[in-house]
Design a protein around this ligand. Structure first.
Ligand SMILES: *[C@@H]1O[C@H](CO)[C@@H](O)[C@H](O)[C@H]1NC(C)=O
Length: 208
């Protein structure tokens, strides 16, 4: 019951007006509210609902071989209160978008180029992996909050477009959160949690 309640609270609320374009310059945004305060509707322009550049590939020259280009309320202020956003994901050959979760959004992903091995894991106690091989034009859903990943299984680049059910889905990358927190989670805790010796934990932490 408590869990169901907290999950319900984690999703975006429905808007109570046509739109509430986030006003980055408003002194009201110095006040911490849930979302952004609205720009005067009379001053709202088409560009408040606009982003350009998603035709451009992200730079995948990094340790995991993938790059996410987000288009959320930070890029389009008009998404404020609307409960949706988008991301382009580029993959180098055999690149991985590592296991992560969106605390506030379900995700629906379309493969635009290449082939991806994707999957998500259900919560305790089953921890069941639900995975599939996707090709160009295929669509797959990652339910809200669940740990999921994508891997390019081809020798060419792959591209996917993900739609998310939050203006600000958030990303928790598991390895970064667990082994790369600042300050570190104590190696005692991680050694027990992962059933590893402390030196192995230090080694993993050094990579994040
Ligand atoms: C891509 O990122 C790498 C590593 O940060 C950098 O060396 C390279 O110049 C970048 N390439 C482009 C085209 O920006």
């Amino acid at each position: 019951m408590a869990l169901a309640f907290s999950v319900a609270l984690a999703s975006d609320h429905s808007p109570l007006q046509d739109f509430c374009v986030g006003d980055k310059n408003s002194p009201g945004n110095k006040v911490l509210v849930n979302g952004m305060v609205c720009k005067d509707p009379k001053l709202v322009q088409a560009n408040d609902f606009f982003f350009s550049g998603l035709h451009m590939a992200g730079n995948t020259s990094n340790a995991v071989g993938s790059k996410v280009t987000p288009v959320n309320v930070a890029q389009i202020a008009g998404l404020n209160t609307l409960g949706i956003s988008l991301a382009r994901i580029d993959f180098a050959p055999f690149g991985v978008n590592p296991p992560h979760t969106h605390p506030r959004a379900s995700e629906i992903l379309t493969v635009l180029e290449g082939s991806l091995h994707v999957g998500f894991v259900t919560s305790n106690p089953e921890n069941r992996l639900i995975s599939k091989l996707l090709h160009k034009g295929d669509v797959f859903v990652f339910p809200e909050g669940l740990v999921h990943f994508q891997k390019n299984i081809g020798y060419g680049n792959a591209v996917a477009l993900a739609a998310l059910s939050s203006q600000n889905p958030g990303v928790i990358t598991i390895a970064n959160a667990v082994f790369g927190s600042k300050p570190d989670i104590s190696s005692d805790i991680l050694a027990k949690a992962f059933q590893l010796d402390k030196n192995t934990i230090y080694q993993i932490q050094s990579k994040f």
